[in-house]
Design a protein around this ligand. Structure first.
Ligand code: APR
Ligand code: ZN
Ligand code: ZN
Length: 361
């Protein structure tokens, strides 16, 4: 039986979101209905409601979620009703060129639920990133559900579904941070702080946090930064070089998404070091670098997409580390809010005092 629940809907470009009744169909073949327990508020949700992603309004927002599988459709073997799961927005196909080459994190044929959730009048909804979890229940592809230890707090677990995974993965998966490395992270919002936590997990010896806001730098210290640089007051490239014996960092992670911070990252790395771009640039942004510097400095210039994660490998592992007290996911949950307060959480995002607001059900 299709069910009616409440969900957060963006009806039109730039309009405040509102709560509406939506219809969630029974799961079809390969699908699952998940009872959402927690869902974080991410910048991408705001981009959807501002029309910055596409024009497929109305959107059902929310995509950083954890919950319990309520029912599954025909042929589903990955999960069963009652499983505690984290939702992911990249259920890989296993058959495309990237998957067959053993790089499933670059699969560009990921799948979502085929059936549509609808508004009361039957209008089809576009779920944000194929998830739509600012709703009491949501319909997803079973491959979007990753089973993890049910003892984990849903608010913390859900964050691995997007921004926190992006940051941790930028350090561990893309940057390949190893024991003893020096790492610099430029931009210490939720993503940069997660990269710091990831660098600590990987055994980095020096973790240099760079931001323009002292408050952000204090939080970064709590997550593992060993040194901080306010780049409003100090040239970050010179400061990072000085802190690394004149060399530059082994891995520099750019978590702002701007040309000037990318350029800083490029020059703040050691010869043969790695730069990881995890901040998302806008289409008009460009950088100009002397080709001789690209040649002369060597190393690797990489970008990180969803932390180059494999949910089935990374989510259970990170939840285990969290349960053992070795990864402080709770530190990313600044506040828990009700479904009605998503619009207010969007406003708070601009003020920069929140790592994550998390809707609890
Ligand atoms: N130099 C250093 N830090 C900066 C600069 C700058 N020029 N400009 C902004 N910052 C800092 C901000 O003070 C803030 O702490 O970058 C941080 C950005 O954090 P958030 O706005 O909270 O963004 P976050 O969610 O962490 O995402 C960062 O990664 O995944 C992408 O789309 C995401 O591009 C975004 C980036
Ligand atoms: Zn694939
Ligand atoms: Zn997100």
């Amino acid at each position: 039986m299709a069910q009616q629940v409440q969900g957060v809907i963006a009806r039109a470009k730039g309009e405040p979101v509102r709560i509406e009744t939506i219809t969630v169909p029974d799961p079809g073949p390969g699908e699952a209905v998940v009872k959402v327990q927690a869902c974080g508020v991410c910048h991408t949700d705001l981009h959807y409601r501002e029309g910055g992603i596409n024009d497929d309004f109305p959107f059902l927002l929310g995509h950083e979620a954890a919950g319990v599988v309520e029912s599954v459709g025909a042929g589903v073997t990955e999960v069963a009703p009652g499983d505690f799961v984290i939702l992911n927005w990249r259920a890989v196909c296993g058959q495309c060129r990237a998957c067959l080459r053993g790089r499933p994190q670059y699969c560009f044929d990921t799948h979502n639920a085929k059936q549509k959730m609808t508004l009361a009048d039957g209008t089809e909804l576009s779920p944000a990133l194929g998830i739509g979890a600012f709703a009491e229940k949501t319909l997803v592809a079973a491959g979007q559900c990753t089973k993890v230890d049910p003892q984990a707090s849903p608010a913390a677990a859900g964050l691995l579904g997007c921004g926190v995974m992006a940051g941790i993965g930028a350090a561990i998966n893309t940057g390949g941070v190893g024991r003893g490395d020096s790492v610099a992270v430029i931009g210490c919002g939720g993503v940069g702080d997660a990269a710091i936590a990831g660098a600590r997990l990987a055994g980095a010896a020096k973790i240099i946090a760079v931001d323009i806001d002292d408050k952000k730098l204090r939080t970064a210290q709590g997550l593992g930064a060993t040194h901080t640089v306010n780049s409003r007051a100090t040239d970050p490239v010179a400061a990072i070089r000085e802190l690394t014996g004149g060399n530059g960092a082994d891995v520099v992670i750019e978590a702002v998404g701007r040309p000037e911070t990318y350029e800083q990252a490029f020059y703040a790395r050691d010869l043969a070091g790695t730069v990881v771009l995890v901040g998302v640039p806008t289409p008009e942004m460009k950088i100009e670098l002397p080709l001789l510097d690209v040649f002369g400095r060597g190393g690797a210039l990489k970008s990180s997409w969803y932390g180059d994660c494999l949910p089935s490998r990374d989510f259970p592992m990170l939840i285990d580390l969290y349960r053992q007290g070795r990864l402080d996911l709770d530190a990313f949950v600044t506040e828990t809010i009700a479904l009605e307060d998503v619009e207010k959480a969007f406003e708070r995002m601009h003020h920069g005092d929140v790592l994550r607001s998390v809707v609890m059900f």
